[in-house]
Design a protein. Structure first.
Length: 419
């Protein structure tokens, strides 16, 4: 008998964590954090009880709590090579920024990396009586769905996935096999994303318009995936002007360039990176705000990072623009800016004079694609829906029940199910 216990990511976006238990072994599928003022962690499980960890991708809401298992234990942890490179960079930065709130330090991260087992896509692996493989999830370079076989049951965990090609990665494909259970994200279960090529043209046209008027465009973006995708969108669609990239994205670029097999088109990506000015210090930042061009800087939700420095210089000039391109958690700086057109500048909340807009360049599936994915799965799996806010988990689960006549569940925190 196989059981699934949902330790995090239930009815929320953040701290994804699932415990899969077979007759002999216990395996964690992701163990992430919730990125609030104080990091939120999944439900606790003793490291001594865990036989292995499988990480779908590097983003902290899926990987950020994994060092907890290396305070004393030596648990094998599996993922793609690029996922480990990116995870190392992200968690080091997380420790630097949030160490006061974290129950682990750099030493635990180092131990974790020493216990990593790197897998390519479709390479078979095993943890006790649980066999599994990783397949492309199309979310960011190295992101993976997990296909597990245990006790004569087959389970698919999608992690975060995307069935549209992006400039960085090829899209995920619907697995051509039958599953007994599917665990699926629901981040955008309530909305479709716009047609991508038209959105790109509109976005780049607006960027050119601002810069032709001697303005500066600030693009707050996550360092892993979104920054690189936005630069690729600009260059691919004919933007030839100045572009600067700040923050952790510089290290991320190197990791991606060193793992070309996980990129859709590595030569083009390399050329785009070569065309971009990499900000290396405050002199470069001050230079960037004084000339027409694009600045790509973290954080994507305007909750920290060098984007806050650029906001102070650019937000009060109507010639400039702030274009948000990432998911905005409710009450984040970016969400408040979109709702109110106000932002804290030099310690005081003020109305922003620069143009403000959001462009939906999501690396997640939208509503129609989620439904299409589930419709085309073979077999009659039980469907467990997580990684969704504002009712999206239950929204997709109820659609599964009503339209597909399958078992559709939006688990509660720490709820367990037998398969």
């Amino acid at each position: 008998m196989v059981s699934l216990t949902f330790l995090g990511g239930t009815r929320e976006v953040g701290r994804s964590a699932i415990l899969l238990q077979s007759s002999q072994n216990k395996v964690l599928l992701d163990y992430g954090v919730m990125l609030n003022d104080e990091p939120g962690f999944p439900a606790h499980i003793r490291a001594s009880e865990v036989d292995g960890i499988i990480v779908t991708h590097a983003h902290l809401d899926h990987s950020g709590a994994t060092p907890l298992f290396y305070l004393s234990e030596k648990v094998p942890i599996f993922g793609t090579p690029i996922t480990f490179g990116l995870t190392d960079v992200l968690i080091k930065d997380f420790i630097k920024l949030s160490s006061y709130f974290l129950p682990y330090e750099y030493l635990e991260l180092e131990k974790m990396m020493n216990n990593r087992i790197e897998l390519r896509y479709n390479e078979k692996a095993r943890i006790g009586d649980i066999s599994f493989r990783l397949i492309n999830a199309g979310h960011i370079p190295g992101s993976a769905m997990i296909v597990l076989e245990v006790d004569n049951e087959k389970i698919l965990y999608t992690g975060d996935f995307n069935t549209r090609d992006t400039h960085l990665v090829k899209s995920a494909k619907i697995p051509d096999e039958e599953f007994d259970a599917v665990i699926i994200e629901s981040t955008y279960a309530d909305e479709d994303h716009p047609e991508r090529s038209e959105l790109e043209k509109e976005f780049v046209g607006k960027v050119k318009e601002i810069i032709d008027s001697d303005g500066v465009v600030l693009i707050p973006a996550f360092a892993v995936g979104r920054s690189q995708e936005l630069l690729s969108i600009l260059r691919f669609n004919g933007y030839k002007g100045d572009a600067a990239m700040d923050g952790m994205a510089r290290m991320v670029n190197e990791i991606m360039l060193n793992n070309p097999e996980f990129l859709r088109e590595s030569k083009g990506f390399s050329d785009f990176i070569e065309s971009c000015d990499m900000v290396k210090g405050w002199r470069d930042r001050r230079r960037a705000v004084r000339r027409p061009g694009v600045i790509i800087a973290p954080s994507g939700m305007l909750e920290g990072g060098t984007a806050l420095f650029y906001m102070e210089y650019l937000a009060m000039n109507e010639s400039n623009a702030v274009f948000l391109v990432s998911y905005q958690i409710p009450n984040s700086g970016g969400a408040k800016l979109l709702e109110t057109n106000r932002f804290v500048i030099k310690g005081r909340e003020q109305e922003v004079k620069a143009q403000v807009a959001r462009y939906d360049f999501s690396s997640h599936v939208g509503r129609s694609e989620l439904r299409e994915f589930l419709k085309n799965l073979k077999g009659s799996p039980s469907v467990y829906v997580l990684h969704g806010a504002e009712g999206n988990c239950e929204l997709l689960a109820s659609w599964v029940r009503e339209e597909l006549k399958l078992e559709g569940v939006a688990p509660e925190p720490s709820e367990s199910f037998k398969i």
